[in-house]
Write a protein that binds this ligand. Structure first.
Ligand code: CAA
Length: 396
């Protein structure tokens, strides 16, 4: 790390909060329906449940619910930019964050923009937010990542669906984690997972996507090693993009091997197991998953993490990848929303296979048909109707 950069303003995550829907399908139910061994899901891909959005929930309502506890703490006037990352945008033109801006009653001098690059864009948003704060240290940027992962029924991807949103407040002198400007990047034009504008479900070459994920990890790590003074052994924990938990376990073994530091399965577990806990219950949340992994580590790790270096591998199919690092700050515990996260997860309702199908097939008007949507969500905001091609969001 060059001395010139390290003496600048310390910038990073001052607050972090996540939200997911109130419904889930247990993957045992899916396995039973498909006459598959449930261990394929529970052990083979390392997932237990997948979040299913209610009819009146989408990326906007989840995002507003994720950000609300932060706004309640810091006030509505503090935010000057919202960077909204998503793979499952609801409009080709209007940024989803503009709806969130109104729902949270933020001030009108706040800028709002949406970012896209599959599951990677929240990391671009985080880095851009850090750059904005470094340029104007008194500013506070709200980074939001929100996604609903959808694959076709009866495809290998079906068991890796899910939904969730995460909101992070980026500021100077952050009270949870500083983010280092030293990053390793990798970009390659590949077709491992994509979603043309006319499709609501992703197309994916599943096995190929896992190979590209691992190759991108190697390339991003190699670049990171050129620009950073940190070595593999300097990191205590690692947060990976989490399409499914087993992917992170494979990635971590791969990275350890690349660094000639072969790890026992117990060491792999120690360095990543706590990052996986929430994702195993939520499923893939695309852009949000790596940062829900950070929440999971902060909420569940039973030791003081202050001073620990965390390695992050962010991956977005297509593909763009980044390895970066963060250092946990003393006293971070007082900034967490652990009780709220755990209550949210414990109050979710399980759905039957038929209920899952009706949530999956809930009408999504494509031609301007009007739709009044009954109140189902347990969240604080909902999508009440779609009329004249307009989505109507209201507080509950
Ligand atoms: N008990 C225990 N384990 C079992 C088992 C059983 N009864 N049956 C199978 N397994 C194991 C298999 O051995 C396999 O383990 P390994 O990978 O260690 O060999 C694992 O369960 C999965 O089994 P399959 O390989 O047969 O699974 P599949 O081919 O049906 O599906 C997948 C796997 C292709 C990854 C599929 O889940 C998929 O397409 N997912 C969507 C794409 C994806 O998530 N890609 C990840 C990289 S891309 C990315 O990260 C971006 C993103 O978010 C999508």
């Amino acid at each position: 790390m060059s001395l010139g950069r390290s003496v600048g303003t310390s910038v990073g995550i001052d607050e972090i909060s996540f939200y997911t829907s109130s419904y889930y399908l247990d993957l045992r139910t899916l396995a039973e329906q498909q006459q598959t061994d449930p261990e394929k899901y529970y052990v083979g891909i390392g997932q237990e449940k997948m979040g299913m959005a209610a009819p009146d929930e989408d990326i906007v309502t989840m995002a507003a619910n994720a950000a609300l506890p932060i706004i309640e703490r810091i006030g509505r006037e503090a935010i000057d930019t919202i960077l909204f990352a998503t793979e499952t945008g609801i409009d080709q033109s209007k940024a989803a964050g503009v709806y969130v801006h109104r729902l949270l009653d933020l001030h009108s001098n706040c800028r709002v923009v949406e970012l896209k690059q599959a599951c990677y864009s929240a990391t671009a948003a985080l880095q851009m937010a850090c750059a904005l704060v470094a340029r104007r240290p008194e500013s506070k940027v709200l980074v939001i990542a929100s996604d609903i992962a959808r694959y076709d029924l009866d495809t290998p991807g079906e068991a890796t669906q899910g939904c969730g949103a995460v909101a992070m407040l980026i500021s100077q002198n952050p009270r949870i984690m500083t983010v280092s400007p030293d990053v390793g990047n990798y970009t390659d034009d590949v077709m491992d997972f994509w979603r043309p504008n006319y499709r609501s479900t992703a197309l994916v070459d599943g096995k190929y996507s896992t190979k590209i994920y691992l190759r991108s990890l190697k390339k991003a790590w190699e670049h990171f090693s050129e620009v950073s003074s940190l070595n593999f052994n300097d990191f205590s924990y690692f947060c990976y993009h989490l399409p499914f938990s087993r992917m992170a376990q494979k990635a971590h073994q791969h990275l350890a091997k690349l660094n000639r530091c072969p790890l026992t399965s117990e060491q792999v577990e120690l360095q990543i197991a706590d990052t996986l806990k929430y994702n195993q219950l939520i499923g893939n949340s695309y852009t949000a998953s790596i940062y829900i992994g950070l929440c999971s580590l902060l909420d569940n790790r039973d030791e003081d993490l202050a001073g620990k270096q965390i390695g992050f591998f962010s991956y977005g199919s297509g593909c763009v990848a980044e390895f970066f690092s963060g250092q946990i700050q003393a006293g971070y515990q007082s900034r967490l929303h652990t009780d709220r996260h755990q209550t949210l997860l414990s109050r979710r309702q399980e759905v039957s296979y038929d209920e899952y199908l009706s949530l999956y097939h809930y009408p999504d008007p494509q031609q301007g048909e009007s739709l009044d949507i009954p109140k189902t969500t347990q969240g604080r905001f909902r999508l009440a109707a779609i009329t004249h091609h307009k989505r109507e969001y209201i507080p509950c």
